[in-house]
Design a protein. Sequence first.
Length: 216
Amino acid sequence: MLHTAERNANSWSTLSLYETFISGTIEFMSKRIVNLVYELVDAAAKNPKNIFQYSAFPNHILVVRKFAKLLANKLGADEEICELAALFHDYASLLGKEYVEKHQEHGAKLAKDFLITHGYPEEKAKAVAYCVSVHRGSTRLEKKTLESKILASADAMAHIDNITSVIHLAYGIHQYDTEEGAKWVLKKLARSWDKLMPEAKKLIQKKYNAIQLSLS
Ligand SMILES: [Fe+2]
Ligand SMILES: [Fe+2]
């Protein structure tokens, strides 16, 4: 017959095994959904209808993801929601010219449907979709959650951090001449800078100053 202490020890070890199993399962599910979304957006970037070319994925979307995760950790936000929202935020604009103008609306709907179809909890799918729906500064929509504020800042940080994607837009997509292109890049980055939350400004200040020095 087991003594009380042994019984307690056994039940504790059963409990910790159960907890380890649950946390392992949650981690596995989280990685699975992130990988599925990664593959979906990667495939969209390779699609010939993507007018921004494949570089939009590594040079913008993955940079937004890096900053979204960094800010989520710093500010205690939901890292998984920030990561999924970052992967999805410009997804619709990769699907073809007709989706670019309202990519935040199309993207929010596509994100929600995809996540729910793949077994992601509805509340969390809605939180991701919300971030996507308000990420554009030009829409002037209020960002009501910390995760949506983080996505908007990460999006703006990516423009400053990876200036090649903005230069590509200026000269490759809009086809500005040398002077006009430099002015356009500076204006775009100044708008990005204004959108940043204070923590994001601290992280990217040096790069922003360097770009201003070299382009003006
Ligand atoms: Fe966008
Ligand atoms: Fe973006």
